[in-house]
Design a binder for this molecule. Structure first.
Ligand code: HEM
Length: 389
């Protein structure tokens, strides 16, 4: 099949790229080239993305990584782990991490997240209008929450955040490597400390789990950090932007904050507008929507595009905090469904619940078109969100 498009698409914040719209009008599985010029499949339909997300015939590894098509050049672009042991390694990762996200573990975290959010909003209020919501809340909250989850002392959080930002720099592989190295060193030190002085946190509980080495615990802690940090920053920033640019929806939440949990699902659905997505490699030949994908090929499961598929969400470009949006695939689907989704939901509900009650007159301080977006981070998103109240 011929290549029909090249990534990345020309994109404006919160808008589906015209090129992607055109591509989608022609089907659900498309031959594309990545930013590096490698060939890949871009899957854009909701049903197809969901089906492949839950399909064991696709994975994150490649039998000959040096020949694999790539989306970019950093540590995070597609390839993750060893082809021969992937299935067993992934099962172990889930079995070790899943217990820490159970309702029983999440319950005591909610008031802590609420309190951390309140503190950041206090600081924003004290700073006064106008302020940068992104720097004041969206960036610091997820790292503070992960530090609380892992048991990283509060005073180390800022340093921890700086290393994470380095590690996630997609433009500078050396900087990214340095950040990862620092995080592992810190993680190993922390594990050693928790072995001596355990607390009520994930690292301490992993230390108490039979057959888990210090290195493995440090690795799992870093996996949580990478999976849960930038993703939540991006959703918090874009969520606020979505609400502030859809004034009637903001007002609906101000009038009825009980809508916040539902609004968070709509924010998760509407914020990603596609043009990339979750990378996979076919472990064997497979068919999807009359297209044959060959073993070893790169497949991009475009969850942002899936979330805007009119077959799954009527009038998908309209933001509606009362819509039933729970079938979104922002947290993935099936075998690799986001383990941290319950925690991410707690964070987003805390932020938007408190924001509409404490700052009912909040509005954007600049024109949407003047907003700067990030190109240096793995997950994209905003660089700033100036607001007034
Ligand atoms: C709004 C914020 C978040 C979004 C949008 C998000 C999104 C995702 C997605 C799409 C996946 C599936 C990736 C795949 O299929 O390959 C995933 C997996 C994962 N997420 Fe999240 N995530 C968020 C927050 C978090 C948080 C806060 C944590 C933990 C602190 C977390 C931990 C994980 C882990 C451990 C996995 C791997 C699951 C597996 O491989 O089986 N995530 N996340």
């Amino acid at each position: 099949m011929d290549v029909t498009a090249r990534l990345p698409f020309e994109q404006r914040v919160l808008q589906v790229a015209p090129e992607l719209r055109e591509l989608r009008s022609r089907g659900t599985v498309h031959r594309v080239r990545t930013a590096l010029g490698d060939q890949a499949w871009l899957v854009t339909g909701h049903a197809q993305v969901r089906q492949l997300l839950d399909d064991h015939r696709l994975g994150r590894t490649h039998p000959t990584p040096e020949t694999a098509a790539r989306t970019g050049e950093t540590l995070f672009d597609g390839l993750l782990g060893d082809f021969a042991t992937e299935v067993a390694d992934h099962a172990r990762l889930r079995s070790l991490l899943q217990p820490h996200f159970s309702p029983k573990r999440m319950r005591p975290l909610r008031p802590r997240v609420e309190a951390l959010t309140a503190r950041l909003l206090d600081d924003m209020a004290e700073h006064g209008s106008p302020a940068d919501f992104h720097a004041a809340v969206a960036v610091p909250l997820p790292i503070l929450v992960i530090c609380a989850l892992l048991g990283v002392p509060y005073e180390d959080c800022e340093q921890f955040r700086a290393w994470t930002a380095e590690a996630a720099d997609v433009r500078d592989a050396a900087r990214s490597k340095r950040g990862v190295g620092e995080l592992f060193r810190y993680g190993n030190d922390l594990v050693a400390r928790k072995r001596v002085e355990p607390g009520d946190d994930v690292i301490s509980r992993l230390c108490a789990t039979e057959g888990v080495s210090d290195d493995e615990i440090a690795g799992l802690a870093m996996a949580l950090l990478f999976a849960g940090q930038e993703t939540t920053v991006v959703q918090t920033g874009l969520g606020a932007l979505l609400l502030l640019t859809n004034r009637d929806q903001w007002q609906a939440l101000v009038n009825d904050p009980a809508l916040v949990a539902n609004a968070v699902e709509e924010i998760l659905r509407a914020s990603g507008t596609g043009g990339g997505g979750i990378p996979r490699y076919a472990r064997q030949d497979l068919e999807i929507d009359e297209t044959t994908i060959r073993a070893g090929e790169l497949v991009l499961l475009d969850n942002g595009s899936a979330n805007h598929d009119p077959a799954a969400f009527p009038d998908p470009d309209r933001m509606d905090v009362t819509r039933s949006a729970a079938a979104h695939v922002t947290f993935g689907y099936g075998i690799r469904y986001c383990l941290g989704a319950p925690l991410a939901r707690i964070e987003l509900q805390a932020v938007f619940g408190q924001l509409v009650t404490r700052f009912p007159t909040l509005r954007l301080a600049v024109d949407v078109d003047a907003l700067r977006t990030r190109h240096d981070a793995v997950t994209g998103g905003l660089a700033e969100l100036p607001v007034r109240w």
